[in-house]
Design a protein around this ligand. Structure first.
Ligand SMILES: [Fe+2]
Length: 376
């Protein structure tokens, strides 16, 4: 069994996170010092670069590798050189350090997924809950509000720290942006710290026989709400996303209708198929259109949501199906922040297993308790 536990190398804040996005993996690596980085997969070398320049003026490094190459090789080597002085002429760096990671792509059925959202910068308890499958985990989903907000660059480390604790750099991870991720001065630089499709936070991905679509609602209240102080324009962003969904449907054969797709997931931080009370009752027409497009064309098997800080299964036609859910949905995380009455953090998350016959949803706690175990 390929281990998901690996010691964190010196100078790294966490082990790498291998994000699946379209038909590539974007490997993110947070460091505690200035380094230049590349990744070897088989004979090929992939650099963290900007127009031919190896990047060192960042703590979060990113290398994109073809999915097909890493799925084939099942191993990658991170190579970094710690910079001594990056001067304009004759910059100096230490000798290279190499760390090799095993990698296991999603291969077949059953597929075992763990879902974490709304960690709000907690790491220890989401990792404890997220170890539910142990080394059997195939795919980790990080579904928004993992950092508490984007007000400080360091908050982004929580994404890689949780992924590192659960996967040890050895399993694919899917990331979606949450509404708290849109807040703070660093929110506009999100693409430097988290995986995006050329800066876009909505995209499709493949992971073995899974096809998935990550959607991003942005904020949960009108753009004009005083909380945002005139700093957002999510209505237009969501309209572009509607176009993106239509475009995916137009290219169905290359996407969800491809021959080897067995499971279809839709992942979104905000549960857009139910209408919350004001001022959270936004975009009913637009979200109704998203539901209709998904229901009539894409026909997903499961939707994974966060945001509401609860663990709950939402059946089609249930009391929270207001806009025509395309399939069963799950809200899958509940954080418990430390406070003066309860100094320890806690976390409830969601394990999912899928095979050809059934989907099983398990809600568990960071202390090993099973709250619910349901076959859909
Ligand atoms: Fe949220």
């Amino acid at each position: 069994m390929m281990s998901t536990q690996k010691e964190i190398p010196v100078n790294m804040v966490a082990n790498p996170t291998v994000f699946a996005l379209k038909n590539t993996y974007q490997i993110f690596m947070p460091f505690s010092c200035e380094v230049i980085v590349w990744v070897k997969v088989g004979e090929e070398v992939y650099y963290d670069e900007s127009n031919g320049i190896l990047r060192s003026n960042t703590n979060m490094h990113r290398v994109e590798v073809p999915m097909e190459a890493l799925d084939r090789e099942r191993s990658y080597t991170v190579v970094y050189r710690k910079m001594i002085e990056r001067k304009p002429y004759f910059p100096t760096s230490e000798e290279p350090v190499e760390i090799t990671y095993d990698f296991r792509p999603v291969t077949g059925d059953p597929v075992r997924i763990y879902h974490v959202s709304d960690a709000h910068n907690l790491v220890k308890s989401p990792v404890a809950a997220g170890r539910y499958w142990g080394d059997d985990i195939d795919l980790l989903v990080l579904n928004g509000d993992i950092p508490n907000h984007s007000g400080r660059v360091e908050n982004f480390n929580a994404v890689c720290e949780i992924a590192s604790g659960i996967t040890g750099g050895s399993r694919p991870v899917v990331f979606s942006r949450g509404n708290h991720d849109t807040r703070g001065i660093c929110a506009e630089n999100f693409a430097e710290y988290t995986p995006t499709d050329n800066g876009r936070t909505y995209y499709t991905f493949r992971a073995g026989n899974i096809w998935g679509m990550v959607l991003d609602c942005g904020e949960d209240k009108p753009d004009t709400n005083a909380e945002y102080g005139h700093t957002i324009c999510f209505h237009q962003f969501r309209l572009r996303e509607t176009q993106f969904i239509r475009d995916v449907i137009r290219r169905a054969e290359e996407e969800y209708a491809a021959e080897d797709v067995k499971h279809k997931l839709v992942i979104c931080h905000i549960p857009f198929s139910f209408v919350n009370h004001p001022p959270f009752d936004i975009e009913q027409e637009l979200y109704g259109e998203w539901c209709a497009l998904l229901r009539e064309h894409i026909k997903p098997d499961l939707m994974l949501f966060g945001h509401n800080h609860t663990t709950k299964i939402l059946p089609v036609g249930g009391e929270l199906d207001h806009l025509g859910q395309p399939c069963t949905a799950v809200i899958g995380s509940k954080p418990f922040m430390p406070n003066k009455d309860r100094p320890e953090e806690h976390f409830h998350g969601c394990a999912v297993s899928m095979d050809g016959e059934e989907i099983r949803v398990i809600f568990n706690t960071d202390s090993g308790e099973i709250l619910e175990d349901t076959k859909l």
